[in-house]
Write a protein that binds this ligand. Structure first.
Ligand code: IMP
Length: 440
């Protein structure tokens, strides 16, 4: 039962997609278990850039079965577009499966997301406008429409009409928008149904069978731990469980079926949208990170807020996900900074916090407490061995490991598959036949 979950430890955009892509090559299954096309993964393969929002990153490896689990919310238009784009570039999607219990994003979810944000004005969350909050609200309210409804269009039509009675009233009376036409949506979704019906299946059953048969399964998290609906910086979060625990519910497997959890952390911190970010650097340093790290959203193109690495955030993610190791990404972006800062605590009203404070007000108003370490000047991008990194870069990694008490198992020094350095001894390598080195 060799299985691994890969999750983000910060506010998303840590580089999970490329780590997944790297490991996917030795997997039998890669599974998305939460979120929707609010996620965005960029994977570079032989100078070609692939931007995926909904389809698991494993799709670039021909033999891997890619699963969109029940915890994912699906905009069928986006799904079909991604499938077509992959086909145009010669990538097969014959092994793509979609859960029959996943909820569908409908046009009114997107309209309500945008209108709700507009109404909030300066208090807005800064969502990706993909309809995520409204579709998960409908799911919890038992008013959602699932992919399996596309297999019975009579039921789909009834549910759509019921839903529109309320949604159109809200759109027109609360937001002053034009109501939507049921027939137009129905016709459009019938077309989608025709295109994706073959993919829809009981993926929970499929995955449990795969695990029983000792197949290698990778659960690919989207967003990051600090965007989790329960444990993130609420309300400035997404609407799903972004933690490793979310994989159990969002894929339909029982506790104990994941052997190893790998947390992905950027060597600094970024976030998009509103919400507290104690180590944010709004000046030169932030600009440096944004420019060198190409820190613009894959989904929305928005410039990301940038700042120093926050150990409190990392320790919290380690606890919530029970991380076995960390993949530290984008270390090369920090090249050229004379000194680096690592946040080891927050100070607020005379009190020092070494762990994330319970009261979020503190996160909004605290002063970060930093440890300063030396930077490096040498180009890291061609380095293949951890021992060849400049001493200051090695020291940066070692210091992080000491502070968070979890080993770093991989370090990325550039966007290519080949620019990931593996510290093999830090993996729970019994999960895989010969450890991760064999994969690379
Ligand atoms: P939503 O998920 O579109 O509702 O957005 C809620 C919050 O999560 C906003 O701050 C978004 O910027 C953030 N968010 C959602 N998906 C991602 C992601 O994939 N990376 C980074 N931030 C994200």
């Amino acid at each position: 039962m060799p299985s691994i979950a890969i999750v983000g430890t910060q506010w998303g955009d840590e580089g999970k997609g490329r780590i997944t892509d790297l490991l996917a090559r030795k997997m039998n299954f890669v599974v998305r278990f939460q979120g929707g096309d609010n996620a965005g993964h960029t994977v570079v393969l032989k100078d070609e850039e692939f931007k995926l929002h909904l389809i698991p990153s494993g799709i670039l490896s021909a033999e891997v079965v890619c699963v969109i689990g029940n915890g994912v919310v699906i905009n069928p238009e986006v799904l079909i577009r991604e499938i077509e784009q992959l086909h145009q570039r010669g990538i097969s999607t014959k092994n793509l499966k979609v859960s029959c219990n996943a909820h569908l994003i409908m046009p009114y979810h997107i309209m309500l997301d945008k209108a709700g944000e507009r109404k909030l004005g300066t208090s807005k969350i800064g969502t990706t406008h993909k309809g995520i909050g409204p579709v998960y609200s409908d799911k919890a309210a038992r008013a959602g429409i699932r992919t399996q409804d596309l297999l019975d269009l009579k039921i789909f039509k009834t549910k759509l009409e019921e839903s529109l009675k309320i949604k159109n009233a809200i759109l027109s009376k609360v937001y002053d928008l034009e109501p939507l036409d049921a027939k137009e949506i129905f016709d459009r979704y019938c077309d989608y149904a025709e295109k994706i019906k073959e993919l829809i299946t009981d993926t929970s059953f499929l995955l449990n069978q795969a695990l029983d048969a000792n197949q290698k399964v990778l659960f690919e998290g989207a967003q990051g731990s600090m965007l989790d609906i329960d444990y993130g910086t609420y309300p400035f979060v997404t609407s799903s469980c972004t933690l490793a625990g979310g994989a159990y519910m969002g894929a339909g497997i029982g506790p104990g079926r994941i052997d190893e959890v790998l947390g992905v952390a950027k060597a600094y911190t970024t976030r998009v949208g509103s919400g507290p970010f104690p180590t944010e650097e709004e000046g030169e340093v932030g600009d440096f990170m944004r420019k060198r790290g190409h820190e613009y959203g894959t989904t929305t193109g928005r410039p990301r807020r940038c700042g120093w690495l926050d150990v409190l955030v990392l320790k919290y993610a380690i606890m919530l996900n029970q991380l076995d190791s960390i993949a530290l990404t984008k270390l090369d972006v920090l090249t050229g900074l004379e000194q680096l800062k690592i946040c080891t605590g927050y100070r607020y009203e005379g009190k020092f916090y070494e762990n994330l404070p319970t009261n979020q007000t503190i996160m909004h108003k605290c002063q970060p407490v930093y440890e300063t370490v030396d930077g490096w000047d040498a180009d890291l991008t061609a380095i293949k061995d951890i021992n060849d990194l400049p001493p200051a870069a090695r020291q940066y990694i070692t210091r992080i490991e000491e502070l968070v008490k979890v080993p770093v198992s991989m370090v990325s020094v550039g966007p290519e598959r080949s620019q990931i350095i593996v510290k093999d001894n830090n993996f729970k390598s019994q999960t895989f036949d010969r450890g991760f080195t064999a994969i690379i």
